[in-house]
Design a binder for this molecule. Structure first.
Ligand SMILES: Nc1nc2c(ncn2[C@@H]2O[C@H](COP(=O)(O)OP(=O)(O)OP(=O)(O)O)[C@@H](O)[C@H]2O)c(=O)[nH]1
Ligand SMILES: [Mg+2]
Length: 707
């Protein structure tokens, strides 16, 4: 296998809504380039890209996969991504290394939500983007509608390079207004005949060509001058202009394919080879925000954009070479851990198949095996160098479940399985919550979480199920009380004695000092679980020794961590110790701790205690037609609307919703909006729960404690 120089490499991410035909398109491109002899398809479960059993079973992509082909001396790397937004993590990885985002649109449906979501992301990452309109052979194909939608959503930069001569079952030819040629395909696709554009189509083709030329010229002054001088641009000038406009995201050129019948991919690959940017035209981002240019002559380095593992092979590290070239046997250093690692075998992946190579040069993508302790987003350089690339931007999780083992004794096995899953899929997150006594799994939606459950069961052979995660409620009080406790024990030898008087009140930032008490010392404690405890020493006349105050605080803190009301953590309280007594022999720290704890507990329960629940700030993006349903559902979830915003037919809602009401919300939202809405949430604050819910929660918690 030859070493491809960076100018001969194209890194392309295939993106778009589920079912648009990305995997089929990748398969067809690789076949048409002559890189493989057989063309698989989704229905037969034999594509190069969807090689995982679960992908074959479900007939859709779940993991991103790396493929490559050679088109007339240019190596085109394809990263086929899943279209479901539940697998956004997989898409995010492709953004780290893609120089072109190739959006595949289903001509039956136009711009769908997955496409829209990933388009915005590609826009943020400033990745040059192009559009393939696929499925032009399907009965309901509507090219014009697809283009209109794309222009409406993505702007004037969307320009037609190709359009179908006819669509639906009769689809067999594409008119190309850059080449001013018609490509006519044989019955079963493959290499087309190049024909002059038919008379009946000339006017339309010229109109579209003008639009293309004008858009190109608009973005380049030299070309604009030439355009005014000659009234047109030749093909080479257009190609140059296209390259620049593509790079600057001024143009999103549109091509046509019928992936399942092998029509149109040759021209797309030609465009990628001749016009699309190479890694040298683009820059990578460093973690310090600066730009980095891929350097063929520089010191060897690479960036890890994905990790996986396979049963017979072990760890797989997906990487982009960012400097020089790398070869087996080289000793390099992981910048994060500063561990030395020796490069072993290097491969080019064709989905699950691999071809071994002896060298990979800057710009290119490859897979290394058996490199230990490399994580996605790691930078690897030669010893002691100072280089660190910006990490992959994984999306925030939107849904959580608790994991429950059905068999006891498998906790360690579950722990290491979850570690492995998180390593390979950083868009999932696992935490063991001491507070909730549950293992909580966070993900991007039901499909994502179910896929993790599937892995736990099938790959790691664990008998687990999902259960409802508990809510981290908090407790507080709503009025001031005075409380007194005398701890006295006389059993056999030494006795125990401690007496304290506490004043307990709700605390808030900026509350006035107690001028009725002689405040001698104030301790403000930021609690680990959020909120504050203010502890004041207001003892007069030394009725309690100073040395016993920390013990009283200890008692209070213990009860704060295991709230008097329901066992949840307490917050935002001011406790003033203002009186008490001690005994010269029987008083000790343990006695004062108990007295403090008991006085606090009694007082708390008399101070109109209140349960608090976590609120989340959610942002929902949805097509306007579903506004009514989503809004009334939000109000049934005790949601409080903060604002609404609209952009075209897309609406944005911001609201505050209790965490308790967000259980399964991702799924509900999808079903209400036919999968067209997305949402993100982040912790906002704690607030009082309504009385009826407080009653129920306390009963439930106490019942659970008893059980
Ligand atoms: N009629 C027609 N069907 C197609 C075409 N391309 C793909 N298909 C079919 O559309 C379905 C979805 O194709 P995929 O290639 O799996 O789509 P995808 O974009 O990879 O979907 P995800 O992996 O779920 O994101 C399959 O049944 C394909 O056979 C096409 O050009 N015409
Ligand atoms: Mg796919």
């Amino acid at each position: 296998m030859k070493v491809y120089e960076p100018e001969k490499v194209r890194n392309i991410a295939l993106l778009g809504h589920s079912g648009a035909g990305k995997t089929t398109l990748a398969e067809t491109m690789i076949f048409e380039s002559g890189t493989t002899r057989k063309r698989g398809n989704i229905e037969a479960g034999n594509t190069l890209s969807d090689y995982h059993e679960v992908e074959k079973e479900r007939e859709k992509s779940i993991y991103n996969s790396l493929l490559h082909l050679d088109w007339r001396g240019t190596k085109i790397n394809l990263i086929d991504t899943p279209g479901s937004t539940d697998f956004y993590g997989q898409v995010a990885e492709s953004f780290s290394v893609a120089d072109v985002a190739m959006f595949v649109l289903n001509s039956e449906a136009g711009v769908e939500i997955g496409t829209e979501t990933f388009w915005s992301a590609a826009e943020k990452e400033e990745i040059p983007s192009m559009i393939i309109v696929n499925k032009l052979d399907s009965v309901n194909s509507n090219f014009q509608n697809t283009i209109d939608m794309a222009k409406e959503r993505f702007g004037r930069g969307v320009v037609v390079v190709q359009y179908p001569y006819s669509e639906g079952e009769d689809f067999h030819a594409i008119i190309d207004v850059l080449k001013m040629t018609m490509y006519e395909f044989p019955e079963n696709g493959g290499r087309p005949d190049k024909l002059p554009i038919p008379e009946s189509q000339l006017a339309q083709a010229e109109l579209l060509q003008n639009e293309l030329v004008e858009t190109i010229a608009e973005n380049d002054e030299t070309l604009l001058d030439l355009y005014f001088e000659n009234g047109s641009l030749d093909e080479y000038q257009m190609t140059d202009g296209l390259n620049m406009s593509l790079l600057n995201r001024d143009i999103f050129p549109v091509f046509c394919t019928c992936a399942s019948r092998n029509m149109g991919t040759g021209r797309v690959m030609g465009f990628l080879g001749n016009v699309a940017p190479s890694p040298l035209d683009r820059h990578l981002k460093l973690s310090n925000g600066e730009r980095y240019e891929i350097d063929r002559d520089g010191s060897p380095s690479f960036f890890v954009f994905k990790t996986a593992s396979e049963s017979h092979v072990g760890d797989l590290t997906y990487l982009q070479v960012t400097g020089g070239s790398i070869k087996p046997g080289m000793d390099m250093e992981n910048r994060r851990s500063q561990d030395t690692l020796r490069i072993g075998a290097l491969y080019l992946n064709q989905g699950g198949k691999r071809v071994e190579v002896s060298e990979v040069a800057a710009g290119d993508l490859a897979v290394a095996v058996k490199l230990k302790d490399l994580y996605s987003s790691d930078t690897v350089t030669m010893k002691g160098e100072d280089l660190e690339f910006a990490p992959v931007k994984y999306p925030n999780t939107t849904m959580r479940v608790a994991l429950k083992l059905k068999k006891e004794g498998e906790e360690d096995k579950l722990g290491s399985a979850l570690n492995q899953i998180q390593k390979e899929d950083p868009s999932s997150r696992v935490e063991y919550s001491q507070e909730l006594q549950q293992t909580i799994l966070h993900g991007l939606g039901e499909e994502h979480l179910n896929m993790i459950l599937y892995q736990l069961k099938e790959r790691f052979k664990l008998d687990v199920e999902f259960i409802k995660p508990r809510i981290p409620y908090r407790e507080t009080i709503t009025k001031r009380v005075e409380s007194h406790y005398k701890h006295k024990k006389q059993s056999g030898g030494a006795g125990q004695f401690a007496e304290v008087y506490l004043s307990i009140e709700p605390w808030y930032e900026g509350m006035p000092d107690r001028d009725d008490l002689n405040v001698r010392n104030v301790e403000k404690i930021d609690l680990d679980w959020g909120g504050t405890l203010v502890f004041q020493n207001c003892i007069v006349g030394g009725v309690i020794d100073n040395r016993f105050l920390p013990a009283i605080l200890k008692g209070v803190m213990e009860k704060m961590g295991n709230g008097p009301l329901s066992g949840c953590r307490a917050r935002d309280i001011r406790v003033s110790v203002y009186d008490g007594s001690m005994h010269s022999v029987d008083s000790n720290e343990a006695a004062f701790k108990t007295a403090g704890l008991m006085a606090f507990k009694d007082g708390f329960l008399n101070a109109a205690p209140q349960l608090l629940e976590p609120l989340y700030e959610v942002e929902i993006i949805l097509p306007s037609i579903y506004m009514g349903d989503v809004m009334s559902d939000l109000s049934s979830r005790r949601g409080q609307i903060l604002g609404m915003d609209s952009e075209g037919s897309i609406q944005k809602i911001q609201a505050i919703v209790p965490l308790q009401e967000l259980d399964q919300y991702t799924t509900r939202l999808k079903s209400m909006t036919q999968g067209s809405a997305t949402f993100t949430s982040k912790y906002h604050d704690y607030a009082q729960v309504p009385h009826d819910i407080q009653k129920r929660v306390i009963e439930e918690t106490l019942a659970a404690e008893e059980a």
